[in-house]
Write a protein that binds this ligand. Structure first.
Ligand SMILES: [Zn+2]
Length: 135
């Protein structure tokens, strides 16, 4: 692994290794699901890549039917809303992500606390966004 904690390196790892990686502070052990060169807890620069399991639970979600142009181009819209949310990784950190494999027209059928796994097939290269799907 290289030591360049950039979002480019992050998404390369996601796409090529199909693994969710973040960074871990070698000084205080703080885990961050986003690549960053500096520890948000102790402000140290002694970071290393950390591989997450990709398992998570759904914390909150929103189904979006008024969609931006980029999402409309993918077929999302009033009749096919997409869902985004905050997931809590098995290791503790929270991260925002697309929630795939759920029925956006029936939000009542989506349960917070449900088990999710990383969905590496649905990364958006233009606006990189993580995606999870029901486990
Ligand atoms: Zn630290």
């Amino acid at each position: 692994m290289d030591n360049e904690f950039t979002s480019t390196a992050f998404y390369t790892k996601l796409k090529e290794d199909r693994q969710l990686v973040g960074v871990k502070c070698k000084d205080c052990g703080h885990l961050s699901p986003e690549p960053r060169p500096m520890c948000p807890q102790c402000h140290g620069f002694n970071m290393e890549w950390h591989q997450f399991s990709g398992k998570a639970k759904l914390s909150t979600f929103t189904c979006i039917s008024i969609v931006p142009v980029t999402m409309a181009a993918k077929g999302y819209g009033r009749n096919n809303p997409y869902c985004t949310g905050i997931v809590t990784l098995e290791e503790g950190p929270q991260i925002s992500a697309m929630i795939n494999g759920v029925d956006g027209t029936n939000p009542q059928g989506i349960e917070t606390g449900m088990d999710l796994v990383l969905d590496p097939d649905h990364l958006d290269e233009v606006t990189p966004s993580l995606a999870f799907k029901p486990a």
